[in-house]
Structure formats: C-alpha cells, structure tokens
Design a protein around this ligand. Structure first.
Ligand code: ASP
Length: 422
C-alpha cells in the first residue's frame, strides 16, 4: 500500500487532532530545552503559511460561491412568493443564531479562563494588531453614525478585493452582481453561469487541498502557541469551556429555537418533527457536510414530513448554499473567544460588525467539512483580530463541526416546513 493511500485512510479530523498533539509536544519540548526561538524561526512560519493559504482563498471563495448561489436561484421569479419568504426566514434565523452565539460567548467568557498573568505577554505579541484595530475604531467613531455604509459599499471593487479586511464590500458587489444577473434572460447569461459553476468547483478543490495541509499547519501553529503561552495550560481548560459553550448553544437551537418555530408556524408536532428529520441530522453529523447531506434531507422532508416536492426542491438546495445557522452561531462564539484569549476588547461597533459579517458571510460558506475555517480567517481580520488566533480552536474543531452541520441541516428543514405550510 502506498503512503498516500495509507494517510487517506486515517480520517482528516484524527490527523488534525494528532497534529495538535504533536504541536503541543514539540512546543513543550522546545520550552524545556530553550528552543523557543527555534520554534519561532523555523516551525511557526509553516503554520502561518497554512493560515495565509486559508486567507488567500477566502475572497475568491466568497465571491464565486455567492454568485453561483444567487444565479442558481434561476426560477426565483416563478416562485417569487416562496423565494422571498424563504430568504426572509433564512436570514432571520441566522441573525437569531448569531445573536445567541454572541450572547453566550460574552456571558460565559470562555477566553477569560486563560491565566491572567499571561495576558500582558500575549497582548504584547499582538500589540500591532490591537493598535491598528483601535486606530480603525477611532476613525470610524469620528466619521458619524452612517459611516458603516462605507464599510459595505466599495468605490472600487479591485481595491476592495485587494484587502482581506474589506470582505463586506466584496459580498456587496457579489450580491449586486448576482441579483442583476438574475434579472436577465437566463439564455443570454448561460455562459456566465456555466463559468461560475466551473470556477466554484475549482475553488472548492483548492479549499480541499488547503484543508488537507491542516494537520501540519495545526502542528506548527500549536508549537508556536505553546511557546508563546510559555507552557501555560490554562488555555486547555479555556478551550474545554469554549467547546461546551458552542455545544450548549447549538443544542439550544435544535431543542429550543427550532421546535418553537415549528410549534408556532406549522401544524407539525415538534417531537414528530425532530424524530422525522433525525436521519438527516445524523448523516450531517457524521459527514460534517450539509451539501453531502442534501439528498438525505430532501428524502426525509418529503417522505416523513410530507412536504411537497416543489417546496423541498427549491428551499433545501438554496438552504445548503445560504443558510448556516449552526455555523454562524459557532463563528460568533469563536470570534469572541479568540478575542478574549488574545486580550482584545471588542467595542459595540465591532460586535455589530461581527453580526453583519457573520450573517452575510455564512451565505458564502461552503457546506463541506471545515468550510467555515476560510470564512473565519476573514471575519477575524475584518474586526482586527489576528487570523493566527484560529490555531487556538482548529485542533478541536471536528466534533463542533459535526454538531453545527447537523444544526445547519435542521435549520433548512424547519424553513422548508414553514414555507410549505404557508
Ligand atoms: N461543515 C459545515 C457544513 O457543511 C460548514 C462549516 O461550518 O464548516 O454545513
């Protein structure tokens, strides 16, 4: 058996976890043998390469997948009533999910569990980012209450696309472009749609390759972090509480928020609803991919919930592209957690910015395992938090990814049930 196929047999999440452990061990060994500088010079930069690759792919990914997603709604005029309702429900449930995540992150404060004496040291590490962030925030305050419009509407798409912290502007352009494309006779723009389809496949393959490097990247980043934290293990208890916060929040969506919506807006009993969609949730949980789960989701929704094929075949594929409640809720907690660990205070402005950006960027998140890593690097950079902070959470991401994917799929089925009933 070749080496490559052997490596392929070990699931990626196990490899990432192994990478994390190897990184921690390397970090501890380096600390004990005065090798911290060696790690900084020769190991950590490889982790940064991994983060840079994630950042590199973010703008093309969001841009292309958004346009593909919108032009895919080709029959939106035929089903405009259903289309409008679907999108309103998708966006509002996502906003609720983000707000829940943000509140949980701010309430539980998992990042504050990191040993305070380490804070000064870490803050110093990330001083330049914090300074820059402060500077940007101050500038914004001087500009007046509507200055956020400038953050959304670019005056030049090339300069917007040339700056990772201006993702919102790229999203704006992509939405505008996609909506304009929708209003044109499909036959006329067919080549463009085919082009974006192909581009989307290529970009997703690039994401695959980058994620394939994750075990090595995580090992290098972890080694660097351990030397940065000088072996402080309070980070691990903080990580445990962070994971619990994510899990509890996601369960609140599945067992609290969604059943409530089902009870209010449909005639289905919440218990029956959860029982019926259970196979799709389980499939999503095991594959960590809402896109791969789509056929199962369609099946249970039609056969077990009795939702019309017309509704299911419109609402669910759209949902896979644009509706990611679990992912958005998780991202809000992740951003807050990383900011807390790095000792960065988030202003109200920044929190609002996180809500907007998370809601909109969830539209561009691919429904694949670890799909939100790429988006998370962008959200972090946009609010002035160093993207390297991702290293803190990436090692234990897989179980959280499984759960949030199950939530993503549940959100789609809830919307299908509500739209079908109307
Ligand atoms: N794995 C998720 C999904 O497929 C995306 C993510 O949050 O990474 O829905």
């Amino acid at each position: 058996m070749s080496k490559k196929s052997k490596r392929k047999r070990i699931p990626l999440y196990v490899q990432i976890l192994a990478g994390m452990i190897v990184g921690v061990v390397i970090g501890i060994v380096a600390l004990q043998s005065n090798g911290a500088q060696f790690i900084r010079d020769w190991i950590y930069p490889w982790g940064q390469v991994f983060i840079r690759l994630l950042q590199l792919i973010a703008i093309p990914l969001v841009f292309i997948s958004l346009i593909k997603g919108i032009t895919g709604l080709k029959n939106i005029s035929a089903v405009s009533r259903m289309g409008g309702r679907t999108i309103v429900i998708y966006l509002s449930t996502t906003v609720v999910a983000v707000l829940l995540g943000l509140s949980m992150g701010l309430l539980v404060e998992p990042g504050e569990l990191v040993d305070k004496t380490q804070f000064a040291h870490i803050q110093e590490e990330y001083q330049s980012f914090a300074e820059e962030k402060k500077h940007i925030a101050e500038e914004k305050e001087e500009l007046g209450p509507l200055s956020f419009l400038n953050d959304i509407i670019p005056n030049n798409i090339f300069s917007a696309a040339g700056d990772n912290s201006r993702m919102l502007q790229v999203i704006f352009f992509a939405l505008f472009f996609g909506l304009a494309a929708l209003s044109i006779n499909p036959a006329k723009i067919k080549p463009v749609v085919v082009l974006f389809d192909g581009l989307n496949d290529i970009i997703l393959r690039m994401v695959d390759y980058i994620i394939y490097l994750a075990p090595y990247g995580v090992a290098a980043l972890m080694a660097g972090l351990i030397t940065d934290f000088e072996g402080d293990i309070s980070i691990f208890s903080a990580l445990g509480v962070y994971a619990l916060t994510v899990i509890v929040s996601l369960l609140m969506l599945i067992f609290g928020f969604y059943p409530l919506l089902i009870r209010i807006f449909t005639k289905i009993k919440p218990r029956k609803f959860l029982k019926s969609i259970y196979p799709a949730q389980l499939f999503a949980f095991t594959t960590s991919s809402s896109a791969a789960t789509l056929p199962v989701t369609m099946d249970v929704v039609e056969k077990k919930l009795g939702i019309s094929q017309e509704t299911a075949s419109f609402v669910l594929p759209v949902g896979v592209t644009i509706n990611m409640d679990g992912t958005s809720c998780y991202q809000a907690i992740a951003v807050v957690f990383i900011a807390q660990v790095l000792g960065i205070d988030l202003s109200v402005m920044q929190l609002l910015f996180i809500v907007t950006l998370t809601v909109l960027s969830s539209i561009g998140t691919p429904g694949i395992p670890g799909g939100s890593f790429v988006i998370l690097t962008m959200v972090l950079t946009s609010v002035g938090i160093p993207a390297e902070g991702l290293a803190l959470i990436i090692g234990i991401d897989r179980p959280l990814d499984m759960l949030r994917t199950a939530v993503n799929v549940t959100g789609d089925t809830v919307t299908a049930a509500i739209v079908d009933k109307a």
